[in-house]
Design a protein around this ligand. Sequence first.
Ligand code: MD3
Ligand code: FE
Length: 207
Amino acid sequence: MPALQTDCDGFRLLPGYLKRDQQNALVKTVLGALEAAPLFTPAMPRSGKPLSVQMSNFGPLGWIADRTGYRYQPHHPETGTPWPAMPQQLLDLWTAVSGWPEPPQACLINIYGPASRLGVHVDADEDARDAPVVSVSLGDRARFRLGGPLRNSPTHSFILSSGDVVVLGGASRRFFHGIDRIYPGTSTLLPGHFSPGRINLTMRRVN
Ligand code: MD3
Ligand code: FE
């Protein structure tokens, strides 16, 4: 039975795309990477106010946010070492779903606790904004809000569950979006240290 799929302005939700063993393998890979590239707490530019999610990255470039701004850089902001390599499982997923001929240059790891949220924003720090973004959800469910090209465009809410893959191509790549809330205790995937909670991986082209 093919997975249910919606495609609107290049937005594709692939529910349950990753089976449980594939989700487990990804979690193991993420935990391994965090040994080399520990979580950091991003901060709002200028104010320095911390975000409620924690982050790290895979790949040649990683996204960071601090008092001086948002940017991609090849090294961890605290350890100064290069980000861990992009895992083969994520490269294969990108090839399978993105339709883009070149591999992702960055994979942002977002770690949510039960009270974390991500305010509505657009992803605009990439020069390569024609390439899609591919997102993987692991762990507890989240309420994802997708708007349109303007901050006041009407929005739709979706539940993102563990194993769901989202492809943001076409116009949707530039749409406003955010995570309103986590539903604690809705998945048994993550180990105690990250549960209740959620991991989101987003692969991107940067330049
Ligand atoms: C829609 N992450 O890292 S993933 C982000 O669940 C981000 O952690 C959310 O927004 C998360 O920037 C949402 C789905 C997603 C990713 C990129 C998008 C949706 C998007 C870019 C444009 C429009
Ligand atoms: Fe985003």
